[in-house]
Design a protein around this ligand. Structure first.
Ligand SMILES: *Cc1c(COP(=O)(O)O)cnc(C)c1O
Length: 402
């Protein structure tokens, strides 16, 4: 099939449908046994990767077909059958579909977009490829390059999706060595790739090795598995993790449609194992860029015992201009949340500094004037109030026992 791309070039699209005489793979919930569907390894082995697979779930637009044709040279496609089952067959504006099915605009590189938007490659100490050390007291530990799904807004697309599985054992050992000899590191955030797609044994080796380092106070894991592979949060995983407290998990829900019964139960199983669960949402244009949607999402998260933690302005990663929102949209969302929902449901809105430098909080301004002895502020309802400063300004604490 021949079509024109936005620049008028003719591109040929692969034609959908199974090859002659071949039966399509069983991928849909109604085509497989409950045991298969509920088996996380089955879900990973049966990820949707091709046009043929995708056509079983959605009626693709020409724009999506072009995106699928381009994906091999840009960023791989991978969608668990579970997550695919949440896609709307008829609606290309479906928020689940927009997060995992590429469109042609992914080949465009906008002004200010980078391959490595957060300058992570330059923060790998002494060439240790598994560590990103940006803040004095904490490191990011990149444990693998595989995810359960490949998000079209991924900011680590330069390294994720190679599917070499775990990063080489020597690189992980080098990362552990770095933490062992760097006593300033008190907090290790395991990410990648998605650590919950590792076998329980491999993940336990990593978590227990980090936990054995005396100066590490807390271990955190970043994962999208509760959203896209909730059956992975099984008894084997939670009973392993609970041995290594204090342990925190941050997940990545972007839209209320993702908060299915299964996803909520996965979060609750983590919480039941004593793990505080937080959420990091990425603002995505046309997916969740509406104040009431984020409010609904955050209310749903709190009900599932998940605390909204960060709301990210989209990182300027190459090929994502069409998914990014203007900064004002995020500020408007924060303005909407404040006063309308408990502070527990209000995340930090941040821009991760392009080129490296860390997360920068932004948001509505509530301080109108700041004089020598008083401030004028505005409330969430835009009423002006005055706060008078105390007479004494010396803030030293003299009691030194802790
Ligand atoms: C986001 C991030 C962290 C963790 O940040 P917190 O604000 O502590 O959640 C640590 N290291 C790097 C490189 C990061 O990007």
């Amino acid at each position: 099939m021949q079509v024109s791309d936005p620049r008028g070039r003719s591109v040929s699209l692969p034609v959908a449908g199974p090859a002659e005489g071949r039966r399509p793979r069983a991928l849909r919930r109604d085509e497989v046994t409950a045991a298969e569907w509920g088996d996380w390894r089955w879900q990973l082995r049966h990820r949707l990767e091709s046009l043929e697979d995708l056509e079983r779930f959605v009626d693709l637009t020409d724009d999506e077909r072009r995106g699928v044709a381009l994906a091999p040279s840009l960023f791989r496609i991978g969608i668990t059958p579970y997550y695919a089952s949440l896609m709307d067959r008829a609606r290309p504006d479906c928020p689940v579909r927009m997060q995992v099915i590429p469109v042609a605009a992914e080949e465009n590189v906008a002004v200010g977009e980078y391959r490595d938007p957060l300058g992570e490659d330059g923060l790998m100490p002494g060439g240790v490829r598994s560590i990103v050390h940006r803040y004095p007291d904490r490191v990011l530990f990149l444990a693998l390059d595989r995810c359960a799904i490949y998000c079209r807004h991924c900011n680590r697309r330069r390294m994720v999706g190679q599917e070499t599985g775990m990063i080489a054992r020597e690189e992980l050992e080098a990362g552990l060595d770095y933490i062992r000899r760097t006593p300033a590191v008190r907090d290790v955030l395991i990410s990648g790739g998605d650590p919950f797609t590792l076998s329980t044994e491999k993940l336990e080796w990593l978590v227990s090795s980090i936990r054995a380092i005396p100066h590490v106070d807390i271990v955190r894991i970043g994962t999208r598995v509760p959203v896209c592979l909730p059956m992975r949060v099984d008894e084997a995983l939670t009973s392993m993790l609970r041995k290594y407290h204090p342990l925190y998990v941050n997940t990545h829900f972007n839209h209320p449609k993702e908060l299915t019964e299964e996803a909520r139960r996965a979060c609750e199983r983590l919480a039941d194992a004593g793990i505080p669960v937080g959420n990091q949402t990425v603002l995505l244009r046309g997916v969740n860029s509406r104040p009431d949607l984020i409010e609904t999402l955050n209310r749903g998260l709190l009900k599932a015992r998940v605390r909204p933690y960060y709301l990210f302005q989209g990182d300027p990663v190459q090929g994502t201009d069409h998914l990014r929102t203007p900064v004002g949209a995020g500020i408007e969302i924060m303005e909407h949340l404040r006063g309308r929902i408990t502070g527990l449901g209000i995340p930090h809105l941040v821009i991760d500094a392009p080129g490296g430098g860390g997360k920068i909080p932004i948001g509505p301004n509530y301080v109108l004037t700041w004089g020598p002895d008083r401030l004028t502020l505005r409330t969430y309802e835009n009423k002006t109030v005055t706060y008078v400063e105390p007479a004494e300004r010396d803030c030293r604490c003299t009691y030194d026992e802790t």
